[in-house]
Design a protein around this ligand. Structure first.
Ligand code: HEM
Ligand code: NAG
Ligand code: NAG
Length: 238
């Protein structure tokens, strides 16, 4: 392969690496403190070529319990040659929340989708995103988004039964990327173009437990009922 252009070389590798889906064994996440937002994240670097990876980070309230819905903050850091990236919360294209994002100039877009077939997913209104005031940017090498999601960690799957991601364990996810931008990058609801992938891994959540989750969400311009702080009365719900 001729490495006359970094971009061409990287694009070629994206195609070949996705020919045989990489399997990442179950393992602990790295603990990453993000001084920009104040969150402590559980980070997995998900390799999509031999030399390039996407950092997938999740922060959850320390108070989140298995089997109960809770808000989570997702941050992904993506090399610029990736046109859009998506995370499937249940490791499948269909019947689970899909979190997608891309760069729009020096800003980013993020949105939740839902698919029942291997075709253009629908906008998914059962999960709501708040783009935090920090941690969203695009520059000469990378783009990254930081969003609080209400509704990403609990959903009704194909059979109608509820699946909840385990805040105290590992959750199997899938990542897809596209070399092409969405059709209208300035529109968070834009149609997407076909992707490469998937790559599967098990995202460990406990390393991203935040005792002051609610306070951190509010400090970054968001709202949450998954406070993490010790409730002063019995009405605080996940
Ligand atoms: C234009 C939008 C999309 C189209 C046309 C599309 C189409 C497809 C097709 C045709 C496959 C099967 C590929 C194969 O069997 O080789 C597939 C698989 C897959 N797609 Fe998509 N897709 C779209 C968006 C998305 C999004 C937004 C996500 C996740 C964030 C996603 C995640 C996956 C995953 C995880 C698979 C692996 C198989 C599975 O779990 O069903 N796709 N997609
Ligand atoms: C570009 O953004 C990435 C991801 O946020 C960051 O790691 C990197 O330091 C930034 N580069 C510059 C020159 O600011
Ligand atoms: C209980 O706590 C919640 C959340 O902080 C608050 O909205 C609510 O007003 C409180 N209720 C009482 C009776 O103090």
């Amino acid at each position: 392969m001729l490495f006359s252009s970094c971009f061409v070389a990287a694009s070629a590798l994206v195609g070949s690496a996705f020919g045989a889906p990489a399997q990442h064994s179950e393992r602990a996440a790295a603990v990453v403190y993000d001084s920009e937002t104040g969150f402590t994240f559980a980070e997995h670097k998900v390799a999509y070529t031999l030399s390039a990876s996407i950092a997938v980070r999740v922060a959850v309230p320390s108070s989140a319990q298995a089997g109960q819905p809770y808000d989570a903050v997702f941050q992904i850091i993506v090399p610029n040659q990736v046109g859009w990236a998506g995370i499937a919360m249940g490791g499948s294209m269909v019947y689970n929340p899909l979190l997608v994002g891309w760069a729009n100039g020096q800003q980013t877009q993020a949105s939740t989708r839902w698919a029942t077939a291997h075709a253009q997913p629908q906008i998914y209104n059962n999960a709501q995103l708040q783009k935090l005031t920090a941690g969203n940017r695009a520059n000469g090498t990378h783009w990254q988004f930081t969003v609080k999601c209400t509704g990403c960690t609990s959903y009704q799957g194909r059979t109608g039964s509820t699946t909840t991601l385990n805040p105290k364990g590992g959750n199997r996810m899938a990542l897809v990327i596209s070399n092409g931008k969405p059709q209208q990058p300035s529109n968070a609801n834009s149609n997407l173009v076909m992707h490469e992938g998937p790559i599967y891994w098990t995202q460990s959540f406990p390393e991203g437990a935040n005792a002051n989750f609610g306070e951190l969400v509010r400090r970054n311009g968001g709202t949450t009922t998954s406070d993490g702080e010790v409730p002063t009365n019995g009405s605080v719900k996940a």
